[in-house]
Design a protein around this ligand. Structure first.
Ligand code: HSE
Length: 400
């Protein structure tokens, strides 16, 4: 039996214990040996739980136990997860994590440390929950240069956008419903402001370019300003509004951003609804590929963590190469990114045309305002024009 430990017995950590239990025979068959959970590290005790005898409160119990080969980190947040994971790698233990905050911030460093120690640091569950996307980028699409990654990477906001589109409800009402259903946290900031998706696209872009992309440099807008009226216009245009996280290779470097976009029916992400995630990838020789499925939740995410454990168990004496160095990749200037923009304003159509020139007007039957789509322009050109137009009520970029 290969001995393992889980650090953090919350939703995902307990899911990992459950998956190891439910599928123990098939997992053992895939490795040639079973995985046995020896320790669960948490500040709490879990009386009555199947793992109650395995609970430890001191991380050093795991660090010092030479029997433990694989450690799962499902604590979330950068600290103390970072310190604990580093200790495990330094002690020659392999680590699998679901923690996007940790991977986005410290990924390059922990990957380098794992290489140095000839162990593995794997993080499939950090992006897209149960959807395989890290391994495809790292191990499958290796013949390609990745030209574009566009994803719906946050289940909570996708659920909210779907409900708003289908039922015409306002943001605050749908947020309350999402919280009641357990899809949104009590403090929903990380999801609704796009911070969660920002970390995930930083991870994917780092893997695509093999260098460190700092999430702090990615232009990020959330969905908090999207209203029921915006949804009416979207419907009128035959479009939906989705929170996209995207990165594109351009002549000026990688362009990355997170923001709501209006998508037409022909867009590959148009039909991705509810809590599902999807990631569209374009390679320079592959062409297009789509990865779709359960992007969040206990068992889907635990499925990806345990898959990493299986991969590790198959490579106990070998580091699986992950191309992500600490060399910083400067992102292309956001102000030069080109889009078309949908705008709602209280100005009349003549004033709009005087400022923006030729535009496509959209009438969704809303009194006292004008809706229009600009021609293709850079972010900075749009910002300059927008300053000249009074009464702007809403701006949403239009997806290509
Ligand atoms: N809050 C995240 C989401 C969880 O809604 O997608 C998975 O990372």
């Amino acid at each position: 039996m290969i001995k393992a430990a889980v650090m953090g017995y919350g939703t995902i950590g307990s899911g990992v214990a459950e998956v190891l239990n439910i599928n123990q025979e098939s997992i053992a068959a895939k490795i040639g040996e079973g995985i046995e959970l020896k320790y669960v590290l948490d500040v709490r005790d879990f009386p009555g739980d199947a793992i109650q005898e395995k609970v430890v409160h001191d991380v050093n119990v795991i660090v010092r136990d030479p029997e433990v080969k694989i450690v799962v980190e499902t604590m979330g947040g950068v600290e103390p997860a970072y310190t604990f994971v580093k200790s495990m790698l330094e002690a020659g233990k392999h680590v699998a994590t679901s923690n996007k905050a940790l991977v986005a911030d410290k990924g390059a460093e922990l990957i380098a440390l794992a290489k140095e120690k000839n162990v593995n640091f794997l993080f499939e569950a950090s992006v897209g929950g149960g959807i395989p996307i890290i391994r495809p980028l790292n191990s499958s699409l290796t013949a390609d240069e990745i030209e574009e990654i566009t994803g719906i990477l946050n289940g909570t906001t996708n659920y909210m956008m779907t409900r708003m589109a289908e039922e015409g409800v306002e943001f605050q009402d749908v947020l309350k419903d999402a919280q009641e259903k357990g899809y949104a946290e009590k403090d929903p900031t990380a999801d609704v402001e796009g911070y969660d998706a920002c970390r995930k696209i930083a991870i994917l872009t780092s893997l695509a370019c093999g260098q460190q992309v700092d999430f702090q440099e990615i232009h990020t807008e959330g969905i908090t300003k999207i209203s029921a009226v915006d949804m009416k216009y979207a419907k009128k245009m035959g479009r939906v509004i989705k929170l996209l996280a995207l990165s594109r290779k351009t002549d000026g470097g990688y362009q990355a951003m997170v923001a709501p976009f209006l998508l037409s029916q022909s867009h590959p992400l148009y039909h991705v609804n509810d809590v599902f995630n999807a990631i569209f990838v374009r390679g320079n020789v592959l062409g297009d590929a789509m990865f779709y499925g359960s992007g969040a939740g206990k068992l889907p995410t635990a499925s990806a963590v345990v898959a990493d454990m299986v991969d590790i168990a198959r490579h106990l004496d070998k580091n699986i190469w992950v191309e992500w160095s600490s060399k910083k990749m400067a992102l292309a200037d956001f102000k030069k990114a080109e889009h078309t923009f949908f705008v709602r304003t209280s100005s009349d159509p003549k004033t709009v045309s005087d400022v923006f020139g030729e535009v496509d007007f959209t009438d969704a039957g809303i009194e006292g305002e004008t809706g229009f789509v600009t021609s293709v322009m850079t972010e900075e050109a749009f910002a300059d024009k927008a300053k000249e137009l009074s009464g702007i009520l809403s701006v949403i970029r239009v997806g290509k």
